[in-house]
Write a protein that binds this ligand. Sequence first.
Ligand code: NDP
Ligand code: GDR
Length: 323
Amino acid sequence: MKSALITGITGQDGAYLAKLLLNKGYHVSGLIARRATPTTWRLQYLGIANEVDLINGDLTDLPSIVRAMNKAKPSEIYNLGAQSFVASSWQQPVLTAQSTGIGVLHVLEATRLADCAIRFYQASSSEMFGLVRDPIQSEATPFYPRSPYGVAKLFGHWMTVNYRESFNMFTCSGILFNHESPLRGIEFVTRKVTDAVARIKLGQQKDLRLGNIDAKRDWGYAGDYVEAMWLMLQQEQADDYVVATGRCTTVRDMCKIAFDYVGLNYEDYVVIDPAYYRPAEVDILLGNPAKAKKVLGWEAKTSLHDLIEMMLEADLARVRAEK
Ligand code: NDP
Ligand code: GDR
């Protein structure tokens, strides 16, 4: 039986990936950081909380990762754990560097010490393109990160490449563009919008305060994207791949889609609040997923409209259940 260890299993992607691997017959372990309040709600939402082995540990604590590795004995490791909210990375740059950057090195080093044959996936990010050098970003586009988060991800990305080149390890980096779902954290803009639209529609909220609504993102569905992660580790050769839809939309148009769905006009509710502006913004991200399509046979299946509808239906149901 194949066995996988997922860091960040309590996050959006960790939960969907765990479900995918369980469906494929893997034994799934996950690194879980100690928190004062429970963090397993996503695993519960997907009905898999009792099907995964949760091992205590923290990405900033190398010994705990070594112990988790010894316990899980994985054939594949997916490093998805990170301080992943870009806006917070200016408020907590050192913590972000330690978990999102050095944390990658800890997992790589623990993998090398355990068994160089373990296949390793790193959750790299389109945020590494930042102030974009090409209008459509591919694996060949130079990086220019614009936040402490992006800088930390770039460190993890190059470490992943370096371990492949130095130790001939099977390490892959997926440069994923934004991907969302009903399990997205509430602070990210898509979920902030769908949660607010549900609350406004059901009379529980009056307006929606946003920052730069002219920013453009290439949004896909997380359920599609975890398949690309798994495919990368099934290839003959380790490599890096851009994973994206190849379409981009402004935050403004994404709001319009969400408000339209419940029969409301976004202009009546959206209030621009400079508190949500970022010290340095990434204005546009648009990925070219041609290599992932050619080599992995992977393609995004879910349109932005379908994604927003899925998220809105989930948020409408949640808000109704709160009443
Ligand atoms: P989430 O923020 O939903 O999940 C992050 C996970 O990391 C959580 O399980 C969190 O645990 C865990 N974590 C945070 N800090 C630590 C730590 N110090 N030690 C151990 N675990 C820790 O992120 P996503 O699922 O959306 O993203 C997964 C990965 O992919 C992240 O690395 C992210 O940066 C990257 N990425 C995401 C994209 C996206 O659009 N979603 C796009 C490109 C890259 P807890 O629940 O306890 O906080
Ligand atoms: P991002 O996602 O920073 O791209 O990182 P987020 O949804 O936070 O922001 C997207 C864009 O929307 C603009 N925006 C707002 N964002 C938030 N969160 N809240 C607001 O009120 C708001 N108003 C406008 C932002 O300025 C930005 O331009 C996500 C994360 O998942 C990262 O971990 C991942 O690496 C990248 O996607 C790819």
